[in-house]
Design a protein around this ligand. Structure first.
Ligand SMILES: Cc1cc2nc3c(=O)[nH]c(=O)nc-3n(C[C@H](O)[C@H](O)[C@H](O)COP(=O)(O)O)c2cc1C
Length: 324
């Protein structure tokens, strides 16, 4: 039994599973492992310090896999934006056929990618943004529910509600994102009308993820309550693993203080240093509620084949059982 559908056709992959962009984590080793496992991996453009470094990372990934993979371009509301157009051109010129866009005002980039024949999956957190991405001409949307790691938006609608509403409202394929770790999540997402799942946190707890083992163990040890929502008061909510820094940020926000007062605590370089050194409390690091479902640190190939095997069993045997 295969799960071929509009997503697998669009992405040119075997399984309806995608690994979303992950700052500091979405590098060539992990992405090639995802591609070799038959799923869609995404390099994270902004993890590379320059567009030239991104080109080298694309080449490095191609040395490890001959299967398709994509690149995530996350457009952040920062005061000093990175050279997005140059990253975008690096993606196009290096023959990447599919991208995941995320973040603020993607229209300019989406139009450019489309003109150059690159397929676009836009990630968003609400049905209204998904509809506007559809009008923009994207090929698919992935929708992050409130459970997700990273930026869940400000509406707080979980996937169980968000995904079927999006699937009803849109004609392009919908990819369910947030809170998925196993075959149960995949079958549930398909039942809700999605064509595939997008996972982040679960892929962090794999052997190939380029982060210190202590973070992987922390994901295994944590439960579903061990995340914090930070930046709520700045209307840029982020779900991160609960640690000393996330607690400090929440305390500062509770006092009504401005972003400048947390900026030093949350800067990207601290998060990156922590992930590399294994210091769990050095900076903030992104993780979703789904950590409650993570119990081991398999290879990516083991993870993907386990998810597919469980999904097959569920879709066939269990549903027949339920229907008796
Ligand atoms: C460590 C980490 C870093 C992430 N960084 C990004 C990013 O830079 N851009 C982006 O669009 N999404 C980012 N995400 C979100 C994921 O792509 C995905 O949407 C999310 O993890 C799905 O929720 P889940 O973790 O419950 O599977 C990140 C997630 C994690 C776990």
């Amino acid at each position: 039994m295969t799960f071929r559908n509009r997503f697998t056709e669009l992405a040119g992959v075997e399984h309806p599973i995608m690994q979303g962009g992950m700052q500091w984590v979405g590098t060539a080793g992990l992405v090639a492992a995802v591609a070799n496992a038959g799923a869609l991996g995404m390099l994270t453009a902004l993890t590379q310090p320059t567009p030239e470094a991104l080109m080298r990372e694309i080449a490095r990934c191609r040395e490890m896999t001959d299967r398709p993979f994509g690149v995530n371009l996350t457009i952040l509301p920062t005061l000093t934006p990175p050279p997005y157009a140059e990253y975008r051109d690096a993606i196009i010129e290096n023959g990447i056929g599919i991208v995941e866009t995320a973040g603020h005002r993607p229209a300019e980039h989406v139009e450019h990618f489309r003109r150059c024949g690159v397929r676009v999956i836009h990630k968003c957190t609400s049905v209204r943004h998904a509809l506007s991405a559809e009008r923009m001409g994207v090929d698919a949307v992935s929708i992050d529910g409130f459970e997700c790691a990273g930026h869940p938006g400000e509406d707080d609608v979980p996937g169980l509600v968000l995904i079927p509403i999006a699937a009803d409202a849109l004609s392009i394929p919908v990819i369910a994102s947030g809170g998925i770790a196993d075959g149960r999540g995949l079958v549930a997402a398909l039942a809700l009308g999605a064509t595939a799942v997008n996972m982040g946190t679960r892929f962090c707890a794999t052997r190939e993820a380029p982060i210190h083992d202590r973070f992987k163990r922390a994901l295994v040890d944590a439960d579903e309550r061990d995340t914090d929502l930070i930046f709520r008061s700045y209307r840029n909510t982020a779900r991160v693993a609960r640690n000393a820094v996330s607690r400090a940020v929440r305390a500062i926000e509770a006092e009504g203080r401005p972003f400048d007062d947390v900026a030093n605590l949350v800067k990207g370089s601290r998060g990156r240093e922590g992930l590399a050194s294994g210091n769990l409390d050095h900076g903030i690091w992104t993780a979703g509620m789904v950590q409650g479902l993570i119990r081991d640190i398999p290879t990516v190939a083991e993870l993907v084949s386990r998810i597919m095997a469980q999904a097959r069993t569920l879709a066939a045997a269990r549903i027949a059982e339920i229907l008796q």
